[in-house]
Design a protein around this ligand. Structure first.
Ligand SMILES: C[S@@+](CC[C@H](N)C(=O)[O-])C[C@H]1O[C@@H](n2cnc3c(N)ncnc32)[C@H](O)[C@@H]1O
Length: 324
């Protein structure tokens, strides 16, 4: 079956193929999402789904391989030549023939996996990718959407100051994607305890209205520019908070409850930008996920540190273009 499909990829020269790489352990979520979007899956190789057509915005794709080709190669040197003719730098997604793949990678410019500091600049040059299908066939993409291998960022973590590891979500959003409030901006962080997100926002100079039913970690509560409100975020009215540059939510609730909440704040026209975690139970609530996607100006990302949750970004007009 796979070889018939591979032949299809090789022979349909005019057709475009895209590879979607799922996050670790989320192959079935990606597969369902692709199917619901009407994207034809040609074949699956581990976490990599080869699909017909141009790349689309797929939430459960940690990375997207563009302009995918399946090529025949005769030797390690020949494979390296094929790769070098197509892109400047590569990552290797290992399916099988691991040693052979690594030997090919040694012969082409490669990107090293490194740990980043918060807000450190990320390489802007595009990254190619390859995976060996067998001893004679190689999947090649000269360009992937993320400049980091496998669409993942790893940080030099701060093990002392933040009261929870949730801070890594905002570190990634700000460092890798550039979606970030400026110093002096007014933000709200709902579902904020113990205070990881509030700590990140405060650390970049934002003013934070921090809201949770539970108390904030005392070492965060004493930091300047934080106004803590111990109450339910669902009872809070936008008019009682006033104009906001950013609305952040990492609240634990059903996706449809979060949707209701953000729509209320959006309709108030008092908020410019949103960044919210949509947390799923089993099974994934695709119906609500697609409703979030349809809100104008939305982008939904599966962050490296998101497990069964995704991050919804909604920016004021023009900001997406400025950042992309
Ligand atoms: C995953 S934790 C948030 C972690 C936080 N972002 C951090 O960086 O430390 C989810 C939070 O949602 C809060 N929460 C749940 N229901 C809430 C509600 N109705 N109003 C406000 N907060 C709520 C919980 O108390 C919990 O602290």
């Amino acid at each position: 079956m796979v070889s018939i499909l591979i032949h299809m990829v090789q022979s349909n020269l005019k057709q475009t193929f895209t590879g979607y790489l799922s996050p670790v352990d989320f192959e079935s979520d990606l597969k369902t999402e692709l199917t619901l979007m009407g994207i034809t899956i040609v074949s699956q190789h581990g976490r990599l789904f080869l699909c017909e057509g141009e790349a689309r915005d797929v939430v459960f794709a940690q990375d997207t391989w563009l302009e995918v080709e399946i090529l025949a190669y005769s030797s390690i040197t020949n494979a390296a030549e094929l790769l070098k003719a197509r892109a400047a730098r590569y990552q290797h997604y290992s399916l099988n023939n691991h040693r052979r793949g690594e030997l090919i990678l040694e012969k082409v410019p490669r990107v090293k996996i490194k740990k980043y500091d918060f807000l450190e600049s990320i390489p802007s040059t595009s990254l190619g990718a390859f995976a060996l299908l067998s001893e004679s066939e190689i999947i090649v993409s000269p360009k992937t959407t993320c400049p980091l291998p496998f669409g993942e960022i790893h940080f030099n973590e701060d093990k002392i100051n933040p009261p929870s590891r949730a801070y890594l979500k905002l570190w990634e959003l700000f460092t890798l994607y550039g979606y970030k409030p400026e110093a002096g901006m007014k933000t709200i962080d709902v579902g904020s305890c113990p205070g990881g997100w509030t700590w990140v926002l405060q650390s970049i100079g934002a003013h934070v209205v921090s809201v949770d039913k539970a108390p904030l970690d005392p070492k965060i509560a004493v930091l300047p520019n934080i106004e803590f409100r111990q109450e339910s975020a669902f009872g809070l009215r936008p008019q009682h908070v006033g104009k906001l540059d950013w609305f952040f939510s990492d609240i634990i609730c059903y996706p449809e409850k979060l949707l209701e909440l953000v729509l209320r704040w959006r309709e108030s026209e008092l908020v410019d930008n949103f960044a919210c975690t949509i947390k799923f139970q089993q099974p994934t609530d695709y119906e609500t996920l697609f409703k979030f996607k349809e809100i104008p100006g939305s982008k939904i990302i599966h962050l490296s540190c998101n497990k069964h949750e995704v991050t919804w970004i909604n920016l004021k007009e023009g900001l997406h273009e400025k950042l992309s």
